[in-house]
Every structure is written in C-alpha cells, then in structure tokens.
Design a protein around this ligand. Sequence first.
Ligand code: ARG
Length: 572
Amino acid sequence: MINFKEIISKLISKKIEINEEELYTYIETPKDTKNGDYAFPCFCLAKELKKAPPVIANEIKEKIEQDIEQIEEIEKVEISGGYLNFYINKETLVTEVLNEIAKNEEYGKSNIGKGKNIVIDYSAPNIAKPFHIGHLRSTVIGAALYNIYKILGYNVIGINHLGDYGTQFGKLIEGYKLWGNEYDIEKDPINELTKIYVRINNLCKEDENVLNVCRDNFKKLEDGDKYCTEVWEKFRNLSLQEFKKVYDLLESKFDSWNGEAFYSDKMPEVIEILEKTGKLQESQGAKIIDLEEQGINTPCIIEKSNGSTTYATRDLAAILYRARNYDFDKALYVTSYEQLLHFKQIFEVAKLLGLDEKYTKGLEHVSFGMVLLPTGKMSTREGNVIKLEDLLNESIQRAKEIIEQKNPNLEDKEEVAKKVGIGAIIFNDLANSRVKDEIFDWDTILNFQGETGPYIQYTYVRTKSVLEKAGYMPEEKDINPEKLIDEYSLQILKLIYNFKDVLVQVTEKNEPSILSRYLIDLAKAYSSFYNENKIICEDKQMQDARIYLTYATGKVLRSGANLLGIKMPNKM
Ligand code: ARG
C-alpha cells in the first residue's frame, strides 16, 4: 500500500540531508483537515539546523515545491507557522484503500512480525479459587494482544500459567482431610473448595500448629507424596472443568496449559544457577536475593525456610524454560498492577540466570487496573465473590431483554444476545487505557448508543442492512474515486487506510485500547456518513461508490472487532 508518510519524509530528506527514518517519526496527522492530511512540525529540526521553525518551513517548502508537481500522490504543501501541511491526492487515497479492501480476505494481515516469537502469559486463574473478574480482564487483554500480534505475522504462543501450586494447596489439602466429607466438591467445586479454604484459613490464624502442618503439606506435595498429589489432582481437574465454562463462553484458546506445577522439577536448576552467582543469601532460614542495589526494597524470596519454593521461583523457572523452548523476542505477562513488585523482582533476578540479553530485555509486565464492581473490590479470602460465569450469563440475559424490546421479531435471538452480551463485557475491558481502573456498570456497557461493544456491532449491522437493501454489490474496479472525496467519505477512508498502523501501535505499547478507540471512531465516522449522505440515490456511480464504502467499513469493523474477541451478529 502507498505510504504517504514515507513519500513525504523521502521528499524532505533529499533536500535537507537529514535521515529519512528520523523525519518519518516526526510526521503528524492533524486533527483538523484544514491543516492538511499530514503535517511536518519544523520545530523538530530547529536545534539541529539552528534556525527558527517558520524559517525552516519556508526553506523546505521552496526546495520541495517543484518536486511535488511531479509526485502524483501529493497535491500541495502549505505553510502554517512552523508547520508544513501536506495535502494528499484524495483520489489516490480512495483508489488505494478500495483496492486494498478488495484484494485482502483478512484486512490488516501483514508479515512484519515474521520470524519473531511472542510469548503471552495470560488468564492464569488459580485452582480451587474463583475465576474472578481480574482474571477475566487478563483473559480478554491477553487474547486481544494474541490476535493482533498474530495477524501481523508474529509467531505467538499463548500460555495459561495456571496457579496450580503453592502453599495454599497445603492449606486446602489439610482442610479437605479434616472436613472433606462435609462438602460436595464434585457438585460445586469452586464454591465448596472456597468454603473449605476460608475455614482452614481461619483456623490457621488461630492455631500456629495447623499453619505449620499446612506448610508441610505443600512441601510434601512438592516431594511427590501420594495422598497430597492425589487430592491436589482432584482439585485441579474439578477446577479446570469449572474454568472451561468461562472459556467456552469467551471462546478462549491457549497453546499451552503449563501452570506453576509444571515447573516443580525445573526449579532446582534455578536455585543452582543463582547459588553459583554468589548472590543467593540466607535470611532467617530462607534463601533470598537482595535487590536493594537495583532500587527494589523488598528482596525476592527464592526458597522458604522449610525448603518449599515460591511463586517467584516458579516464574524464574518459567522464564528459563520459555527462553529455551520458545526463543522469545518478547514475553508478556498480563496481570493486574497489584503484581508490579513481583514482576520487577523476577525481571531483575532473571538477569542472573545467565540468559542472553535478548531474553531479559524481552520481558514485559503488561499490567492493568482493577475492575470496580458496584459492590466494591472483591476478595477470595472472605469468600464474597461474584461468579464470573454468572456475570457473563447475566450480560447475555440483559442483552436479550434489550433486543426483545428493540426488535422482538429478530431470528436467533439467543445467538445474537450471546454475541452482544459477551461483546459488551469484552469491549468494556478494552475500552480505556489498560492501567486505568475500570468501572463496571451495566447501563453503560450495554448502551447501544454509547462508546460500547454493542454500538460497534450495531453500526456493523447497519452496514449489512444497507447492503441488503441495495440488493447488489458493485465491483471495486468500477468505482469512480471522484465520488468519494466528500468530507464524510474521506474521513472513513482515512481511518481504513490507518488500520494497519493502528495494529502496529497496539503491539508497540501492548495497548489494545488503541484499536478499541479506533473502532469507535470508525463507527462514528460511518454514522456521520450515513446521516449526511444518501446512499441509495439518483446518481448510479455515486450509489455504487457509497455502497462499496459501506461494504469496506463493515469489513474493517468486523476484522477489528474480531481481533478484540468480539463476534459480529448479522442482525440485531
Ligand atoms: N495466577 C496468578 C494470579 O492469579 C497470575 C499468574 C500470572 N502469570 C505469571 N507467570 N506469574 O494472580
């Protein structure tokens, strides 16, 4: 596809002998189209050239004006203060975009990530504990990143690093041993196990001896004790059955289910390596790495005083394993910002594992904010948790009620309600910059007119119904580009042109909300187009062009939404 920014940076670089790539990064897209389609801010060069920005702008303009006459893609350049404003040839843009739409089955696909491996560690709920709304957010953000890296040609490995190990299992095993027969864990595993956990946890608070027995249980589990392993396996299988219900609703897929327990036999090596560095210290019977020098006040505990390992040790073993087996260029960890310290610690300690710098540089914590439910933050220990499966089903139910009101005769209401209900929750998780806390409010997330998942689906459905009403599909080669250079059509075309760029930006910041915002902009642009331009009209060429643009918009909305994990209904 023609790259207008590249044409502009080439043009300027030839005249002022500044590196083309550098210039490329300075080029902006003005908010107001009065300032052109692209703008070059000359103050970026003021220091280098030791001149005032307007002077630079004037000089560059004079030098490139003649060349521009020869370049078909650029119409003209104008000066505004210290800016050079470039106006592109609108018809070139129209032709380019429509052509690109016609020739690509999957719009946005590229191979810029070819040969690069991306590991994404996401979802990772904890066995015998509820799959809570924070895990949902991790699942949704992780999956969106997964899809976006994938469409850009990266080789992506999605890992569900299940929390299936750790001292809490020592407690659970003890609770189960004491009171297992009082609870029907086969029937309602997570809830019943949670009850056992709350009860044993309370007992541990009262009785130090019980706490020690629990700690020993986990040590026994690590050492392969038969009873402990059997009970643990039972917890794991029953929990996974429950989690699968949520994954089925979201249609989540993972390439690997290697959880924390998978690393149980891989930790001795980590400890050995760390020991050899001489940095592993004894502290109150435990083995720790001090990170004071790295500016981290809390040391990283590698082995507890009773010899059992920690969450951090398992993560270190995982880094080693993933570097060797996946040769990753990036390894992303999608969890809430509550784990900021944990990841800071293990990323520092990972530098001691003797790995190539490529790997330690590729580690990245993709953190996100809390989900604030109307009832406030939820916690497992007190056991007052909303079941996620119930939350998803409630969303589907609410979507169904809205559909029932708006379109009672719709076919496949169940199917549509599922897409809308789940889509609403997914979009809400991705709508804003991920580090922000998110407020969960039913009326907002399901508002068909708001900046929501349903709004994007609704706009898509509108494009579908326009096409259906038209009853035919013009061919791309027959479209007259002159018919699409009005303000509203151009706004859509420019957005579609930027799609791939948006996907790249998402991967640069690991921020799927960039795509969410984009889809809202595109949906809004289509709504304006739809309100301002008559699609079915006298001028057949105009009609064809507008129908085709409608088709193109639908196609991009659909691709983009699918990348976020949102399914599109055909009617709603
Ligand atoms: N199970 C953890 C939790 O629920 C998340 C695991 C994240 N991944 C990792 N490699 N530490 O908080």
